[in-house]
Design a protein around this ligand. Sequence first.
Ligand code: UD1
Length: 353
Amino acid sequence: MAATGDRLADSKQKLLWCGRLFCVPDKFIRYHHKRMAKYLVTGAAGFIGSSLVRALLERGEQVRGIDNFSTGRRENLSEVLHRIDFREADILDLEAMHQACAGVDYVLHEAAIPSVPKSVLDPLASNRANVDGTVNVLVAARDAKVKRVVYAASSSAYGDTPALPKHEAMIPNPISPYAVAKLASELYMVSFYRCYGLETVSLRYFNVFGPRQDPSSPYSGVLARFSMQMLRGEQPTIFGDGTTSRDFTYIDNAVSANLLACAAPAAECAGRVFNCATSQRTTLNQTFDALKKLTGYKGSVKYGPERGGDIQHSLADITQAQKHLGYKVLVNFADGLRPTVEWYKNQARTVEA
Ligand code: UD1
């Protein structure tokens, strides 16, 4: 499928040829091509990937997306699927990755099995998708001479070091196999910059939430899960005593961090790692209270045993991203929670109808 940008550029070229054959400003055509960067989003049908696809299309960029639908959903791309060059492919398929990277300027690598408990149950699957898959993407991006790869790294790399807030110079201390895999891939990012000069930027996401985050699996993010459960009148369970805290980051902030990571000068960001968060933390008890107001849930919460592999507290220092990427928190936790719950309300209505 030809990408939108290609079609636009082609039709523009034809127009110019029809109008003034001898005055075609070749420079303009090249400029036009130059402005339309081509982006490959891996995990394009996932929650973060599909949000990136929409943001890129809004900016008029050409988008190619790949997903193997292991955790992503076709519905996440429903109204934009025809506007992108979408390929159903697995990041473990090196040949498919070579094809996907051909002609691409930027790769936003979001494809992963993004779950701490899943990785505890099946560390091999986590390692395959989250490490082997990443190395494949990097090899393909290197071979295709992609300008830059931006990677969905994870705050779980910090592990249970007691110091807060977490800053990038801290020695990582991962607990779960998932955290180890995400950290290993981050190091591969750095290695590919150092060994091959492929520009890479890793963004350590801190609990990203928002519309389209899948609420339906036991491995779903806590905000997606609680929102849906409480809207249905089902009792949510807090693992632990509820004092566990997270730097919940609304999706718009993560999208903006990715776009900034593509645009920042290499001297500021290539081969580096940045926290992507809000620098505010909320406990699970506070989260439940906030969701109670927004969902109208009248019941109580249940407390269960702590989950293996979990970390207790997570809070980011975002100074480096602010300084080197020009990152700003666009939407705070409370402001992000409202549209998120609204989206789940609409989903619940659609299912009922
Ligand atoms: C999340 C992301 C992970 C990301 C990491 C760092 C998900 C599924 N995982 O992991 O990809 O790398 O943040 O940004 O989004 N909890 C409950 N009840 C529930 C579900 C969860 O109490 O029903 C608790 C968990 O035990 C944990 C906290 O909520 O203490 C957050 O869990 P979760 O949303 O799964 O995220 P992380 O494990 O922090």
